[in-house]
Design a protein around this ligand. Structure first.
Ligand code: TEU
Ligand code: CA
Length: 560
C-alpha cells in the first residue's frame, strides 16, 4: 500500500469558539489557540483541523460564511491567522481549514446580489424556484427543522437551504460559481495551508428537478436526501476540483459525507480516481438512533458497531482510506455515549481511544476528548446555544405536543452543545477558558476534569493518548496492516487482529462494566506476543490467549 503523510498522521480538531479565550470576551479566539500549541505538540498530534474562522453572523457558529477570505472579528485578524499558521508549521505540525461550500451565509455578498432580481448576475449562484400551489417548491425538510425553502418577497421566489434559512445552498450547476470557489481554495492553499475538511461535500450536486421526497408517514416535510446526497454530478465536480486545485498541492482532504454508503465512499477515496483522500462517514454515529431519527434514543448494540466498523475497515482496505472518529463538534462526547462517564470515566475513555487508534485509517481527536470531557446536562433550554437544538425544541415542544422532559432528555444525550462547552483547562473560575463570561456555560465538572490535572497525572487519559499516538508512529502495522474481526457475535468484547509484513497485532477491548473471560479462538495463530499497551496493570507474563478482562479493559499485543 502506498505510503503517505496523511495516512500516518493523527489529526486534532479545534472548534475555536470553545477552545481558549485570550481577551476575556468569553469567546475562544486565534490568539487563544496559539497559547495552546505547545500543549498540542506535546500530545504528539500532526495535523490541526480548524473549524470555520471566517467572517460569519454565527447563525450556525461559523458554518454560515459571509466572506470566505476574511477572519471573523471575534476570532481575531488575518495577521493573527498568519501568525497561527507560522507557529503551527514552526512546531512541525500542519493545518487544514474547513471548507464550507455547500452553502454560504445569506449575508454573503453573492446572496445579497442574488436576491435582488431574477436577472442579477449572481442569481444562479443559489437555487431559486417559484412556489407550487402557493406553497414551497417541494416537501424537503431542513436538517434544522421545518421546510428547506424560504420565501423571498423581492422576486416572489423561494431559495433552498438544507440547513438554516441563513445558510442558502450554493448552485454548483453554475460553472462561474465553481470557478470562484476554486480560486478561493487556491488563495488559501497559496498561503501555505495543508488541506481542507469539506463540509457536507456530498450534498453539492442536487437532482435538477428537485422532486418531492417520499412521505409515507404523511408528515408536513420529509427527508429529500436521496435527491441531494451523492447526487448525479458529484464525482464530476470533485474531479474537476481536484484537477483545477487539489492536484497542484501536496495536501490532505477529508470530505464530510452524511449518508454516504460504501460503494460511493470507494469512488470518493479510490487512489486512482483523483477525488478526495478520505471521507467522514456516519454509519457508526447513527446506530443509537431509532426509526424517528437522531432524537429517537436507542441503546447501542455492540454487534451493530462491529458490523459497521468491520465493513468499512475491510471495504476500503487497499482501495481508499478511512477516517477514524468517535466524536466531533456535532456529536455527543464519546465517553458519555459509548463508555461510562460515571464509574469508569478514565478507564473507559482509554479503552475507546485504544479501540479507535488501533484501527486502519487516520484518527481524529476532538478537542477535550484527550482529557475525557463528558456530556453536559443543562436544566434550562435557554442555556443551550445550538440552532439545531432550538429549532427542534420549538417544533416538537412549543409548536408540537411532545413532552418537555422527554425532549430535554434527548438533548442531554444527543445535543451538539455536549461537544461545545468550553475546554476545561484548569480548576480556576470558568475552567481557565476565559476571564469573562463564557458564551456557553462551562461543564460544572471542570474542577476534577481539566487539562492541568491531566498533564500532571501520569495515569491520565492525556498521557495514554500520547502513548497511542507514539505507537502509531513507531509501528507501521497500526497504519497499514489489514483488519480481521474475531468473536463477531460477542456483545461485550470487541476484539480484532491486524496483520502486516509478517507482524500481528491483537486488540481486545471490553465495552461493558462486567468482568469477562476473553479467549482467542484456537484457529488464530499468535506466537510470542508482547503487550504493547493496556489501560490496567497487566503482568508481562500473563497468558494472552485466555484472560479475564476487567470493566472497560483494553489490551494490545504484538507478535513479530
Ligand atoms: O454537519 C453536517 C451534518 O449534516 C451533520 O453533522 C449535522 O450537523 C448533524 O447531523 C445534525 O444533527 C456539518 C457541520 O459539521 C455542522 O456543524 C453544520 O451545522 C452543518 O454541516 C452545516 O454547515
Ligand atoms: Ca476572545
Amino acid at each position: 500500500m502506498k505510503q503517505a503523510w496523511w495516512k500516518e498522521s493523527v489529526v486534532y480538531q479545534i472548534y475555536p469558539r470553545s477552545f481558549n479565550d485570550s481577551n476575556g470576551d468569553g469567546i475562544g479566539d486565534i490568539l487563544g489557540i496559539i497559547e495552546k500549541l505547545d500543549y498540542l505538540k506535546d500530545l504528539g498530534i500532526n495535523v490541526i483541523w480548524l473549524s470555520p474562522v471566517y467572517e460569519s453572523p454565527n447563525d450556525d457558529n461559523g458554518y454560515d460564511i459571509a466572506d470566505y477570505q476574511s477572519i471573523m472579528d471575534e476570532f481575531g485578524t488575518m495577521e493573527d491567522w498568519e501568525h497561527l499558521l507560522k507557529e503551527i508549521h514552526n512546531r512541525g505540525m500542519k493545518l487544514i481549514m474547513d471548507l464550507v461550500v455547500n452553502h454560504s451565509s445569506d449575508e454573503h455578498h453573492w446572496f445579497q446580489e442574488s436576491k435582488k432580481s431574477k436577472d442579477n448576475p449572481y442569481r444562479d449562484y443559489y437555487i431559486w424556484r417559484p412556489g407550487k400551489d402557493g406553497k414551497e417548491p417541494n416537501n424537503w425538510e431542513s436538517t434544522f427543522s421545518g421546510s428547506a425553502w424560504e420565501y423571498d418577497e423581492t422576486t416572489d421566489e423561494y431559495y433552498l437551504h438544507l440547513f438554516s434559512r441563513k445558510q442558502p445552498d450554493l448552485n454548483w450547476e453554475n460553472p462561474q460559481l465553481r470557478q470562484d470557489i476554486y480560486n478561493m481554495m487556491k488563495w488559501w492553499l497559496d498561503k501555505g495551508i495543508d488541506g481542507f475538511r469539506m463540509d457536507v461535500i456530498n450534498f453539492i450536486s442536487k437532482v435538477p428537478e428537485l422532486p418531492d421526497a417520499p412521505n409515507p408517514d404523511g408528515r408536513k416535510y420529509s427527508n429529500g436526501g436521496q435527491y441531494y446526497m451523492d447526487g448525479p454530478r458529484i464525482h464530476e465536480f470533485l474531479q474537476e476540483m481536484n484537477k483545477e486545485v487539489l492536484s497542484k498541492y501536496d495536501v490532505m482532504t477529508v470530505g464530510e459525507m452524511p449518508g454516504v454508503n460504501m460503494e460511493e465512499a470507494k469512488k470518493y477515496t479510490d487512489f486512482t480516481r483523483n477525488e478526495l483522500q478520505m471521507v467522514f462517514q456516519f454509519e457508526h454515529m447513527d446506530l443509537d438512533a431509532g426509526p424517528g431519527g437522531k432524537w429517537d434514543l436507542k441503546p447501542l448494540k455492540l454487534t451493530d458497531l462491529k458490523d459497521s466498523i468491520s465493513k468499512w475497515q475491510t471495504g476500503l482496505h487497499g482501495v481508499g482510506w478511512n477516517s477514524l472518529y468517535l466524536n466531533n463538534h456535532d456529536q455527543p462526547r464519546m465517553v458519555s455515549r459509548l463508555g461510562n462517564d460515571k464509574e469508569y470515566r478514565v478507564i473507559s475513555a482509554k479503552m475507546l481511544g485504544t479501540f479507535l487508534h488501533m484501527l486502519q485509517g487516520t484518527p481524529y481527536i476532538y478537542q477535550g476528548e484527550e482529557i475525557g470531557m463528558t456530556n453536559v446536562q443543562f436544566d434550562s433550554i435557554d442555556d443551550y446555544k445550538d440552532i439545531e437544538i432550538h429549532n427542534m425544541y420549538k417544533e416538537k415542544v412549543i409548536e408540537g405536543n411532545e413532552n418537555h422532559d422527554k425532549i430535554m432528555k434527548a438533548i442531554h444525550v444527543k445535543g451538539r452543545d455536549n461537544a461545545r462547552t468550553p475546554i476545561q483547562w484548569d480548576a480556576s473560575k470558568n475552567a481557565g477558558f476565559t476571564d469573562g463570561e463564557p458564551w456557553i456555560k462551562v461543564n460544572p465538572n471542570y474542577s476534577s476534569i481539566n487539562a492541568k490535572q491531566a498533564v500532571e497525572d501520569p495515569d491520565s487519559i492525556y498521557h495514554y493518548y500520547r502513548q497511542l499516538i507514539q505507537l502509531r508512529k513507531t509501528h507501521p502495522i497500526i497504519v497499514y496492516g489489514d483488519y480481521k474481526l474475531i468473536l463477531p457475535n460477542h456483545e461485550e468484547i470487541y476484539a480484532y487482529l491486524r496483520e502486516y509484513k509478517g507482524e500481528k497485532l491483537l486488540v481486545v477491548t471490553n465495552f461493558s462494566k462486567k468482568e469477562i473471560t476473553f479467549e482467542l479462538p484456537s484457529s488464530v495463530e499468535l506466537d510470542n506476543a508482547k503487550l504493547l499497551i493496556a489501560n490496567y496493570d497487566v503482568s508481562e507474563n500473563e497468558p494472552y490467549r485466555k484472560f479475564v478482562l476487567q470493566p472497560y479493559e483494553a489490551r494490545v499485543y504484538k507478535a513479530e
